[in-house]
Design a protein around this ligand. Structure first.
Ligand code: SF4
Length: 469
């Protein structure tokens, strides 16, 4: 059989943008670096898929060790189907119509097979369905008699008791009927992708919201390189759809101004600087006592599969905290560390209460999952004043020339202090702590201190009226 042209991931890429598919296959060197967040998602998906195998134990694993094994594993899978002693296959490899798939779990049920694809998410997106429709198409093309095709995903209401109960952790949804109904459309989409791969040059696809939806594309650096720095596309106070509408109309200034600060924001963008309504910012910060602020960075882990009794999937667990107090005569930093297996809520509440004794307010960059964490800390002093820095910025109609509508601290600090070193991404810090907490905790604490110091610097910068009159 000829080598495959498409896989699940390249097919999904083609649904987002035909040019992305072309570049991925023919010009891979133009790809942007994969972000830490994307890598973390990928690792999580694989781990959950492997865990779900325990629901169907005793299977044989067809996972190819390298792409050179795809064809051999496909042949092995077909042979395994003929062997009545084999009842379960993991990562079964199939090919049809030049499309190669690997199915998470295939279980024999009488004369038929039950196909299962596992997702680590709390729901099923359209992309997951499209990817399952493709798999169904390939299985059907291989004449696999199927009793059902199901998608498994995480039940966010599941609570871990003494032992992990996989039956309760996963929710399953049959998508066989939907896949059957979508067959004709799936074929059209496959053919379109194949046509793209026959092209001798990259298809003309203008940039658009599809560059970020459903996923940020790998080729933004390449396709967006001619977008001027002061383009309306970077007017982060407006939704991406709105910005593209203006961009495609070639409009210099939007005709409908719903946001009364838009002219100022556009002016700031033209000068490649940020916009902040400083009056609002100062009056919003006036409601806090800023005489002795403490800057905090919490490193929060959200595991798809809970590891602690009484917790749910994706429930936030604080692994480390750094508190930085610049108001003391000698600037001080304090740390609290924990493990994902035994979250010490009492210890964390005590730590924060102690920090609070020497503070007038606790400042964090963003809320993120802070509310959910605080809810768990029954011993926490209710008088603690939390200042969420990003909320103040939003209230003050802050606009940063950036593509994101809400941006991380790192994006902000790189823009405001371009000469400084970027902060190490949180996904890497989490990975370091989860992989080897003993060896990596002091290294991670040092990085958390950099987050606190960066926040302190941003705080000082924005609180000085003369900087942004
Ligand atoms: S950056 Fe946009 S236009 Fe370019 S390949 Fe990606 S999705 Fe397509």
């Amino acid at each position: 059989m000829a080598k495959h042209l498409l896989s699940k991931s390249t097919y999904i890429k083609s649904l987002q943008c035909q040019k992305a598919l072309y570049l991925h296959k023919k010009r891979p060197f133009l790809r942007d670096k994969m972000s830490a967040v994307q890598l973390a998602k990928f690792r999580r998906g694989t781990a959950v898929g492997v865990l779900a195998r325990d629901l169907f134990p005793g299977g044989i694993d067809m996972t190819p060790k390298s792409p050179s094994q795809y064809q051999a594993k496909r042949d092995e899978t077909l042979l395994a189907l003929q062997n009545p002693e084999i009842t379960t296959i993991y990562e079964a490899v199939f090919q049809y119509d030049e499309v190669l798939i690997m199915l998470d779990i295939l279980v024999r049920e009488g004369e038929k097979w039950r196909a299962i694809e596992v997702k680590s998410s709390r729901g099923l997106s359209d992309t997951y369905r499209q990817d399952a429709f493709l798999q169904y198409y390939v299985l059907r093309g291989n004449d696999i008699p199927m009793i059902d095709f199901e998608l498994f995903y995480i039940n966010e209401e599941y609570v871990l008791k003494d032992q992990l109960n996989l039956q309760e952790l996963f929710i399953s949804e049959s998508i066989m009927n939907q896949a059957e109904e979508a067959l004709e459309l799936t074929v059209i989409k496959i053919n379109k992708a194949k046509e793209t791969l026959q092209l001798t040059k990259s298809p003309e696809v203008p940039i658009g919201t599809h560059c970020y939806k459903p996923y940020p594309c790998d080729f933004i650096g390449h396709c967006w390189k001619n977008v001027p720095q002061n383009s309306l596309l970077y007017l982060s106070s407006e939704k991406l759809e709105q910005r593209f509408e203006w961009y495609n109309q070639g409009t210099e200034l939007p005709s409908q101004l719903e946001n009364k600060y838009l002219f100022e924001q556009i002016d700031a963008l033209k000068h490649n600087t940020f916009y902040l309504n400083h009056g609002i910012f100062l009056s919003a910060s006036d409601s806090f006592d800023l005489s002795k602020p403490t800057f905090l960075k919490l490193l929060i882990h959200q595991a798809a599969v809970p590891t602690v009794q009484g917790t749910k999937p994706y429930q936030p667990i604080v692994l480390a905290v750094c508190a930085y107090q610049p108001h003391n005569q000698v600037q001080q930093d304090f740390y609290w560390n924990n493990t994902a297996e035994s979250p010490d809520y009492e210890g964390l509440a005590d730590f924060l209460n102690q920090i609070w004794q020497e503070s007038s307010c606790l400042i964090v960059y963003e809320n993120n999952t802070l509310d959910a964490v605080i809810e768990k800390l029954t011993g926490l002093n209710p008088e603690i004043q939390w200042l969420i820095f990003n909320n103040l910025l939003q209230q003050a109609n802050f606009m940063l020339p950036a593509i994101e509508e809400t941006f991380e601290q790192n994006t902000l600090q790189v823009q405001i202090f371009p000469e400084g070193k970027p902060l190490k991404e949180e996904s890497w810090l989490l990975k370091d702590l989860l992989d080897n907490p003993e060896q990596n905790s002091s290294k991670v604490n040092f990085q958390l201190l950099q987050y606190c110091k960066s926040l302190y610097r941003l705080y000082q910068y924005f609180l000085k009226p003369e900087i942004n009159p």
